[in-house]
Every structure is written in structure tokens, then in C-alpha cells.
Design a protein around this ligand. Sequence first.
Ligand SMILES: [Fe+2]
Length: 289
Amino acid sequence: MLKIEKLKKIKSNFPVLIGSNIIPKNICKTLIKEISSSKSFDDMIMGGRSRINKGSKNFDKYIQNSKISKKIFKLFNSKSFYKKIENMFKKKFKNGSWENSNLPEIFNTKKFTIKKKLNSSELQKMLGNNYSNPKVNLDIDFSVSKGGYRLRPHRDDITRLYNFLIYLTDIPKKNGGSLTIYKKKTKKNIRKSFKRFPKINELDIVKEFTPKQGTAVFFQSTPNSYHGVKRFIEKNCPKRFFIYGSYALNKPVIWKFKNIPYYPHIIKNKKKKLTSFHDANYLTIPAAN
Ligand SMILES: [Fe+2]
């Protein structure tokens, strides 16, 4: 159902693979129907994105009633498919690239990143300070965005290894909603810290992708994997239907670049937020817990 062998490398500062017609158009259309007929969504984030998230009762119900979504979910939610993705990145980005220091052995099909709101010390406690022997799980949501949806440049959560997006609708260029890939404006020898939310003037645009039906993007969630979504204008065009997912560890990822480790430092914050909304910097020195 998914032609991942068609994914190709792009020129970028971090590993990104992209391909068109990864999912046939008729399957995309069925997926849109399935998402559209969902009676309820779990949440709405970033100014207009409604999600059905793995882990919710709503998600289980949705999967039961949606044949094709169920197939996709089952495919992604397996150790064999995770291994396929891991091997594909290893093969296509051989030397001198980013590596995860602690490879997971166990794939947990039942697990998902909790959607509970925590403050930074509760999050730190939950993640612990022993980052070896991690387990991996799939996080996935079936999403639809209306006008106004946008994402400022960021890097994803510190527990994530790979992220992927599958676009189900064609969005005309003039309507925005494009996925933008950035790089940090620094000289190559200064790579000591990677903020989660760099300022726009600290970044250069590397590439922009207008959503196309059946196109998929996979990328490694490295400390410098900066990306965002330009504001989506819903005018004479369909809503932006897509599938978003990631393979995440149950602990933070210690990334290595040319054998130099990068450790996550969670920024202290008393406010309770979803785990994936917390700020963290990647630095070459370990965090003192
Ligand atoms: Fe993201």
C-alpha cells in the first residue's frame, strides 16, 4: 500500500526523504472520506488542526470504523515497518550523519506519548535520567486543518527519532500550508547548541513543499531538524488532510554527530503543557539532574 522504495534524499542539513505517489490517489480519497466522517476529534491545535490521536478512545473507535486507516495504522504500528524505516535511513545516509546513541530493541505497539499536561519538573521526572535501553513506539494522528493553521519553525519533541507526513489533498501554492525546511545560519564549526524554537532570523529556508496528494515526507528528528508550516489560507481549496506520525522513544534521544553526543536540556517551566509543547535545547554537555 505504501511505496516507500520511491522515497528520495533531498539536499538538507539533516536526513530528509521525500517521494510523490507513495500512496495511490484513490487510497488518499478514501482516507479523506474516513477522516471527514469521523464524528469527533481529540483536540484542535496550532490555530486549526483537528486531530484523532493514537491512544484515545476516539482513535480506537475511528480505527474500528475506518478500513483503510486501520490498514495504515497496523502497517506503521509494527516492529518490522519501524525496522524498514531505520534501515532505509542507515542505508541512504551512511557516514558523517546523525545517529541515535541508544538503539531501541523493543517495539511497544500499545504505547503512545501521553497527552497529559505536565510542568517541566514533572516531565523530567517522567523521563528519568537513565537514557539507555530505550523502547520505541509509534505516535500517529489523522488530521485535518482549516484556514489559519500554521507552525512556527521548530524541532520536534526530544523523544522522537523519525517523523513522517503523508499528504492526502492537493493544496494550490497560493493557499500556503507548505512544509518548510530550515537550517541554522551558523558556520559549520559552531554547532554547540540547538534550540527547540530558534528565531526566524537565525534560520535560512532550505526547501518548501506544497502538499500534494499521495506525497510523503520522512525525516530524522535530529537536534537541527528545523521545520514549520506556512499559514494555510482556506479559500477556494479543500481542507488540508494529512497523516502525521513519529517513531518515539520512551526516553529522550541522545543524538551523535560525528561521534560528538548532544544531550537534551529541558527548559524549566511551571506551566503545565503537553509533553510535546515543552522547550528543550540540545547541547554537547550532559544536563545536570
Ligand atoms: Fe514538527
